[in-house]
Design a protein around this ligand. Sequence first.
Ligand code: DON
Length: 408
Amino acid sequence: MKNYYILLLLFIIITGCINKPAAIEKDEFSEGRHIISKHGMVVSAHPRGSRIGLSILQEGGNAVDAAVATGFALAVCYPEAGNIGGGGLITEKDLSKYRSVSRKPLVTNYKDFKLISVPLPSGGGIILFQLLGMVESFPLKEWGFHSVEEIHLITEAEKRVYADRAEFSGDQDFVNVPVDDLLNHNYLEERLSDFNMNNATPSSEIKAGSPGGYVSEETTHYSVVDNFGNAVSVTTTMNNTFGSSIVVDGTGFLLNNEMDDFSVKPDVPNMFGLTGGEANSIEPGKRMLSSMTPVIVEKDGKLFLVAGSPGGSTIPTSVFQVIINVIEHNMSIGEAVDTGRFHHQWQPDWISYEANSLDSLTLLELKQMGHETKLRPTIGQVNAIQVMPDGVMKGGADKRGYNTACGY
Ligand code: DON
């Protein structure tokens, strides 16, 4: 039975049900950034978080038990981002009125793969799925990893996808977001109809599309897979370091600073440079638009990959690149998370790239096509687990930070 759990903020999306664990023998445990194990694995932003999750698995707990333990441990050993008081609590001011809700995950296919990710109020799942839909028919494998063609195509797709996000996405309890239309293959094809293989289209010339029928980094991600077929993909956020820096008296947990994820005024960027419009404007009781993108990928009906990342607006594009690196460029999960990344979000109109990710010739060619490029210290921190066809689990704990995989 497939039991997958995608957690975002305090919104818990659950598919399947929990498998009851049988007693299992303890095995030797391994720890590192890129490890291999057979029975269970936890990859989180801190070694202590991963170790505690692993000890729960070894005691016979399942992936959900381990994810809960890891979450609590991170609240202690990584309080600036890992948190139990984060998510949506601060947005309601009156905490007694806050209710967490369960929403159905988004599901799509990319070639032979089935992907399950987060629905609104995170725009991350929509961005990831739109990007995959847009690049699916292009020969990424043939072009090669970080070829000028690949970077150019992905950048142009990213501009269009983030323009759509700014226009359409917001809390679906308040606004009518045409999610199905945004993910429709014909729409995505049409969206790239003005794509020019040789030249960049300036962001100022790119507007949101017309889908049919519709006129500092303090987030953390952990992935858990157990021996019983369960997988958990959790992203939580304080928004910025220590969130609002307010600890709730008598509880010890910090309140987050998620109001920044709303759009305060049209065209006024938030902390991550994201702009938005009416759909994501502030209203009482409304949930702000997130970019968090916990994802679970299946191949041939079997668990293939669990992944997610911090990084504000760069989260969906970081997760996207890791998926493409594994599926199209045949990288191991360790390589796929560690290798350099780039990012475009429509506004501001430039490609950010990590040091040592793009060589000078590539940068020159991109410039000649009309792209502006800017160096950026790091982009995302993906913590992922890949499950091989024989069931062996491979951990990819991102080299950016203290991320650690523990398995047994
Ligand atoms: O939900 C969001 O999209 C933002 N609050 C995420 C912020 C973030 O990722 C910061 N750290 N990496």
